[in-house]
Design a protein around this ligand. Structure first.
Ligand SMILES: NC(=O)c1ccc[n+]([C@@H]2O[C@H](COP(=O)([O-])OP(=O)(O)OC[C@H]3O[C@@H](n4cnc5c(N)ncnc54)[C@H](OP(=O)(O)O)[C@@H]3O)[C@@H](O)[C@H]2O)c1
Length: 162
């Protein structure tokens, strides 16, 4: 089972200067709660922007560099290795844009934080057809002094075409 998890603004921006274009600590907690205890897959650039493996999760990092190695995460070189791992467990694809693009056709479910603002950025979520996805649950984010934007969480499943 392959689940995409990401946060985007109203234009689809997901990144700026190798970090998030907004400050939403509540979304980071949401990410932690969703992925806790599971396997997460990220690109080498996203791993380096975080700077370390995320605790309590199996961290898989994709690179094309055969000499790349990490002490705190498993390095993979091929998409097929991830698909094999996802055959019998829950795997979250956690970005960034290159990695979402790579697995776009393989996603079974989505967990999306919709930031209801125009934040701008330099990295945008790949072109995506929302028509193929059904919103099965939504939850409004709490706006407060630490999370000073409107945002909501959406859980989507893939529509099956008979
Ligand atoms: N808003 C969100 O939810 C969210 C989530 C995650 C990340 N982000 C943001 O996204 C940005 C980073 O995204 P990005 O697209 O620049 O980088 P990325 O997807 O994190 O990493 C790209 C790297 O992945 C490796 N890679 C790509 N395709 C591969 C393949 N087919 N096989 C093996 N390895 C492959 C390559 O590593 P090598 O160059 O080492 O070969 C490539 O340079 C940052 O701004 C980050 O903050 C946002």
């Amino acid at each position: 089972m392959l689940t995409f998890i990401w946060a985007q603004d109203k234009d689809g921006y997901i990144g700026k200067d190798n970090t998030m274009p907004w400050r939403l600590p509540a979304d980071l907690q949401h990410f932690k709660k969703e992925t806790n205890g599971h396997t997460i897959v990220m690109g080498r650039k996203t791993y380096e922007s975080i700077g370390k493996a995320l605790p309590n999760r199996e961290n898989l990092v994709l690179t094309r560099d055969p000499n790349y190695s990490l002490a705190d995460a498993k390095v993979l070189y091929d998409k097929a290795e991830v698909l094999e791992i996802a055959r019998d467990k829950q795997v979250y694809i956690t970005g960034g844009a290159e990695i979402y693009r790579l697995f776009l056709e393989d996603a079974d479910a989505l967990v999306v934080t919709h930031v209801e603002a125009y934040c701008g950025g330099d990295t945008i979520f790949p072109e995506f057809d929302w028509q193929n996805w059904r919103l099965v649950k939504r939850e409004d984010g709490v706006r407060d002094e630490k999370n000073d934007l409107d945002y909501w969480y959406g859980w989507y499943e893939k529509k099956t075409h008979a």
